[in-house]
Ligand binder design. Structure first.
Ligand code: NI
Length: 255
């Protein structure tokens, strides 16, 4: 399994970070991708990638942190992109649920990240919460489809998923697929084509049932895989092969 979205630089792993990562790799997870949320967390992700062989980093400003973005940060991110274990630009996008940064600022910072990704030729790791229309429009107008990527923790409609798929993007599905109120997500989870599906934990958030509300970690990824396999009428082993191949191909991970 590849955990295509995890935040081990998060403060909730302060006490036992390296131990949890090691246990994750002992639990059947072969690779972990850790997106950054600002410059500091992107550098922390790279530090972890230098420590753990199966660990990879993405760099960027999360929409929550868009207000903290300063002139010159794009040059710093670009420099980080030349690190051999940086495999994507992310976590970037828009979040109109929390609105921690003004929407206009979020959109501007998002555009610059798409430009960066096209410049360094790396895929996008996208965050989209209650901002589906604007994310989709910006990815289209800024030519994000040139590099592709993944809409992580998918929460949109099936129609919107079709639009993302048509642009060549992957759909990342995590612990929310195990929640009782996941009706709309179940429909998407059942219909994403095999070759576009990724699995993720988004840890420390989004712990799957029966651990909902607890600190999440990559060892719980098998619960997402098993639920998805059941929804899609296949086996966990078969879906593991498919989603692992997809992540390896999209992020050009070493085998
Ligand atoms: Ni995330």
């Amino acid at each position: 399994m590849v955990d295509s979205h995890a935040h081990y630089d998060n403060e909730r792993f302060e006490a036992d970070r390296d131990a949890v990562i090691r246990r994750s790799f002992e639990s059947g997870v072969t690779r972990i991708i850790n997106p950054g949320c600002d410059i500091g967390s992107s550098m922390a992700a790279i530090g972890l990638a230098e420590t753990h062989p199966g660990f990879f980093a993405a760099v960027g400003f999360h929409p929550h942190e868009a207000s903290a973005y300063l002139e010159g940060d794009m040059e710093r991110l670009k420099a980080l992109c030349s690190h051999p274990k940086v495999i994507a630009v992310g976590e970037i996008g828009l979040d109109y649920h929390y609105d921690y940064s003004p929407r206009q600022v979020q959109r501007e910072v998002f555009k610059r990240h798409i430009e960066l990704a096209r410049c360094v030729r790396k895929p996008l790791i996208l965050h989209d919460r209650e901002s589906h229309r604007d994310v989709m429009d910006l990815v289209r107008s800024e030519k994000g489809w040139e590099v592709g990527g993944v809409f992580h923790c998918w929460s949109g409609s099936r129609e919107m998923a079709d639009e993302a798929l048509e642009m060549g993007f992957h759909i990342g599905i995590g612990g929310s697929v195990t929640f009782r109120n996941a009706n709309r997500l179940l429909d998407v989870a059942a219909h994403v084509p095999d070759e576009r599906l990724l699995i993720e934990t988004d840890c420390p958030y989004m712990a799957p049932e029966p651990h909902r509300g607890q600190r999440n970690w990559s060892g719980l990824l098998s619960l997402v895989l098993e639920r998805l396999a059941a929804i899609r009428g296949t086996t966990a082993a078969a879906l593991d092969c498919i989603t692992t191949d997809n992540a390896v191909r999209l992020f050009k991970l070493p085998c």
